[in-house]
Ligand binder design. Structure first.
Ligand code: GTP
Length: 353
């Protein structure tokens, strides 16, 4: 078959074991690529952040290690020369050793990144910022949307996030609430489970998010199928219960208006936009604001006069419903995010909801 078609490469739509791959290569005499390798190659081309690149390289090396073969194995058994590459070490073994060293170094770097992210997550929780994760199938326009939204909204001037990954941006919503937007790796149909584990550090952003912005390519004929793939990843991450805004992107490419109305009917609470041409972004920002406001809770506080900093914070990230000045305290009724309510817990009188 490969000869008939004079193919140089065969791509398998499923995963192959190293032995299966080798046997097939021997039989066909052409290069064989399986699903994981193909996905890794795509991710390698598209990894934007330093972290993404490290994760892809690590996953690639882990994939490569059991697949390294060479005719040197035999020589190694016969024993090595003197003063050359160490006793019995062949090129294959040197390659293996180098790869293992590199894997160790990359793992160390990932650990550092995870620790840094954990610190940032803590800061974020303390800053009472909401987090929205932009998710969706590969190539639907997630990064374009992240850029457009962060240009459309006023940028948060917050040195707290200065060291953040380029895939995280802060914006201010129409109600003055700050929101962090995070971009995630593109989902792919049948994303192998071990790859989900490999990209866990990035995907944790989704677990931490208050809201998911699910981007769909409205001009893609298989968008329903792509959306199912996205939901299956969300299920695997056990985050399919978070509030979701379905965003129908690339409407500039949809010439058929009936199709667009059908899509809007099929996808609950969807917003139609063009991330590239910055159309419909205000609608999206107000949907985001609305959902986050619904998440706010009402609390009654009794604040000492010297904590005017907290009043400023509530003003910025929530709403003050009423305020009464007592002798030594200020009694407030406010509506704030659950995060901010948590920070104010020691000044709370009760929760009214
Ligand atoms: P991955 O990183 O693979 O997950 O891709 P992504 O979802 O981040 O998509 P990206 O933002 O890289 O966009 C993919 C392609 O779609 C780019 O060529 C964009 O210019 C294009 N694109 C994004 N939004 C729009 C849009 O609203 N209209 C049109 N016509 N093209 C768009």
């Amino acid at each position: 078959m490969t000869q008939e078609l004079s193919a140089d490469l065969v791509i398998f739509d499923d995963d192959l074991t190293p032995v299966q791959q080798r046997n097939l290569e021997d039989k066909t005499q052409v290069k064989i690529i399986d699903r994981t390798q193909l996905i890794l190659d795509i991710f390698a081309q598209r990894a934007h952040s330093a972290e993404g690149k490290i994760q892809v390289e690590l996953a690639q090396l882990n994939y490569l290690l059991p697949r390294l073969t060479g005719k040197g194995v035999l020589m190694s058994r016969l024993g090595g020369g003197i003063g050359t590459r160490g006793p019995g070490e062949t090129k294959l073994e040197i390659d293996r050793r180098r790869i293992k060293e590199r894997i160790r170094r990359l793992r160390g770097k990932i650990k550092e990144i995870e620790q840094r992210r954990e610190i940032l997550r803590k800061r974020r929780r303390r800053s009472s910022c909401y987090v929205a994760a932009i998710i969706g199938y590969t190539n639907v326009g997630k990064s374009t949307l992240l850029n457009s939204l962060s240009n459309a909204g006023v940028k948060v001037d917050n040195r707290l996030f200065a060291t953040l990954d380029p895939t995280i941006r802060g914006i201010t919503l129409p109600n003055h609430q700050s929101l962090l937007l995070t971009d995630t790796v593109g989902f792919i149909n049948k994303l192998p489970h071990h790859l989900i584990a490999a990209f866990h550090a990035t995907l944790r952003e989704i677990e931490e998010a208050d809201l998911l912005i699910n981007v769909l390519d409205a001009s893609h004929p298989k968008l329903e199928e792509e959306n199912r793939a996205t939901y299956s990843v969300l299920k695997q991450l056990r985050v399919d219960d978070k509030p979701v805004i379905n965003v129908l992107n690339k409407i500039d490419l949809v010439k058929n208006h009936h199709l667009l109305s059908r899509l809007r009917r099929n996808f609950d609470s969807s917003v139609a936009i063009s991330a590239l041409h910055k159309e419909g972004l205000e609608n999206l920002l107000s949907r985001i604001t609305q959902i986050l406001e619904e998440k706010r809770i009402s609390v009654e506080l009794s604040l000492p006069y010297q904590r005017s900093d907290l009043i400023a914070l509530i003003h910025r990230d929530g709403e003050i419903l009423s305020r009464k000045y007592r002798d030594d305290k200020i009694a407030l009724k406010v509506r704030v995010s659950p995060q901010l309510a948590g920070r104010l817990i020691k000044y709370r009188r009760n929760t009214v909801k």
